[in-house]
Design a protein around this ligand. Structure first.
Ligand SMILES: Nc1ncnc2c1ncn2[C@@H]1O[C@H](COP(=O)(O)OP(=O)(O)OP(=O)(O)O)[C@@H](O)[C@H]1O
Ligand SMILES: [Mg+2]
Length: 344
């Protein structure tokens, strides 16, 4: 038995703390979810899965992309998304917000100059506005989200029951959230100030909006998530249960995992494998190595799970790692199943 194998023994599946069963029924409670996290952790995937799960509960849902990267278009295999909301699936709407279009709409709203603004608002105007008041771009983005959140049907019903925003990564999200406040400091009176104030009201109302942090159970994302959670809480924004994405599950039953953890000798494994076609020494070694690697990864994951629970005072909800070659709507739908099961 190797020392490494003994070291990982406490992490046996049977002894594992079953944290993924945390009460996540509140995941879909707010009307706006700003989904954020470190680059590449699965923000867009989680946002799409949350939106699908939301539709399944009967909510009319809009999934919003803010950086024009067309991730959703690829996931849902649709035409490119743009500033016009489109129904991509029944009761699931898609929108891609870009600052130019937001600025045009904003000017039109206040100055009734839609046609003119379409002409005037080009990247130079946006660049000018951005330089004059850094953060204005983010104010416009949140402004658009707020407009959608408040919008009502002629019969008085909210048009959207849920708006899921695939927001900028955590590095930018704090500035993004500070933008309205910075604007109220900059602009003391007038419509822009009122608009900024109404955005602050939205950001700080936990019944209307919450931040959805997504992380991996890995060192850097966990550290960053703990830092962001604290900074966001200090800003007064309510956090949704944190989503830990791509969580590995034990790939064998408890008995097999125990045998591996106890450090099975390669020749014993060879005997066990007799007649399987893998009972040569090289296969036995390779299999044992794979098993040990798997245990080690589960062990590291357990450590990171513990660090996350220590670092943040928010429940953690886990989405499984899906070992697929391509990642598309089907896979997102499987993750939505996990969310649906948790919220029902
Ligand atoms: N649960 C999962 N299992 C397996 N692969 C996943 C899972 N979630 C996401 N992925 C894959 O991880 C990659 C990154 O996911 P995604 O694009 O959602 O991350 P992101 O945080 O939005 O990235 P970016 O910061 O670039 O916007 C994608 O290739 C996606 O298919
Ligand atoms: Mg993304």
């Amino acid at each position: 038995m190797t020392t490494g194998a003994r070291h990982w023994r406490p992490h046996l599946a049977a002894e594992r703390k079953v944290t993924h069963l945390v009460d996540a029924r509140t995941l879909l409670d707010p009307r706006v979810l700003l989904v954020t996290g470190k680059g590449g952790v699965g923000k867009s995937t989680a946002a799409a899965a949350l939106a699908i799960a939301s539709v399944r509960t009967g909510r009319r849902t809009c999934l919003v992309e803010v950086e024009g990267r067309q991730t959703m278009r690829a996931l849902f295999n649709t035409e490119p998304w743009d500033f016009d909301e489109r129904e991509v699936r029944q009761d699931l709407f898609g929108l891609s917000i870009d600052p130019e279009a937001s600025l045009a709409e904003y000017l039109a709203m206040f100055y009734g100059a839609r046609r003119l603004s379409r002409l005037v608002v080009n990247s130079t105007a946006v660049e000018f506005a951005t330089t004059a008041a850094p953060g204005i771009k983010d104010v416009l983005l949140i402004g658009k989200v707020k407009e959608m959140e408040r919008r009502r049907d002629p019969d008085g019903r909210f048009v959207y029951d849920m708006i899921v925003v695939d927001a900028p990564p955590t590095g930018r999200i704090l500035n993004f959230l500070r933008a309205p406040e910075a604007t109220t400091e900059l602009v003391r009176v007038g419509p822009i100030r009122e608009q900024a104030q109404s955005l602050i009201d939205l950001l700080l109302d936990p019944n209307r909006l919450r931040l959805q942090l997504v992380t991996l159970l890995e060192e850097m994302p966990v550290a960053e998530t703990a830092e962001s959670a604290q900074a966001l809480t200090e800003l007064g924004v309510q956090l949704n249960p944190i989503i830990a994405n791509r969580v590995l599950r034990p790939q064998a039953d408890a008995a097999t995992m125990k045998v591996l953890a106890d450090g099975i000798a390669a020749d014993t494994l060879q005997t066990v494998l007799a007649g399987s076609g893998f009972d040569d020494p090289a296969s036995a070694h390779a299999l044992r190595h794979l098993g040990e690697q798997h245990l080690r990864r589960l062990g590291l994951q357990d450590e990171m799970r513990a660090a996350l629970h220590e670092g943040v005072d928010v429940p953690v909800f886990e989405l499984p790692y899906l070992a697929t070659r391509s990642f598309a709507e089907n896979e997102v739908s499987l993750l939505a199943d996990v969310i649906s099961a948790a919220v029902s």
